[in-house]
Design a protein around this ligand. Structure first.
Ligand code: HEC
Length: 115
């Protein structure tokens, strides 16, 4: 019984080896790969104001988002922004210091309320 499994294993290993060999041959022959360039959207808009909230938002949100992306979200209250920022930190590994979360949430809620 074991011998048969071992034989099957060797057979699969040989097939995998053949496949890798064929791939290596294809690469050696040169795949039709050409360089491409793409233009990513860019934005020079920043969070308005020069207080600590705006500075924190510009420092900790724009590394991943445009201002427009954040500003056009449905209005959230401060508590909802705290949860949203926690999601950025926990799920998306945003390097936002805990000490900045309340400040950011207040700023973002006020920003939307002022619209
Ligand atoms: C490390 C990158 C990163 C940082 C920094 C970051 N985010 Fe995000 N954010 C994401 C990702 C990834 C998504 C999900 C995007 C998607 O679904 O297209 C997202 C989605 C969002 C959304 C859409 C709603 C949702 O929950 O998906 C909002 C609003 C948002 N971020 C706000 C912020 C704010 C405000 C900040 C700054 C305090 C921030 N983000 C910082 C990565 C980041």
């Amino acid at each position: 019984m074991m011998a048969r499994y071992r034989a099957a294993g060797r057979c699969i290993a040989a097939l995998v080896g053949l496949g890798a060999g064929a791939l290596a041959t294809a690469y050696a022959g040169g795949l039709p790969v050409a360089p491409h360039s793409i233009a990513l959207p860019s934005s020079s808009r920043v969070f308005p104001g020069d207080g600590p909230g705006a500075q924190a938002a510009n420092g900790f949100c724009l590394m991943c988002h445009s201002y427009g992306m954040v500003a056009t979200q449905p209005a959230l209250d401060k508590g909802q922004w705290v949860a949203e920022i926690a999601k950025m930190k926990d799920d998306f590994k945003a390097p936002i210091p805990d000490a900045e979360v309340q400040l950011l949430a207040s700023y973002l809620a006020d920003l939307q309320a002022a619209r």
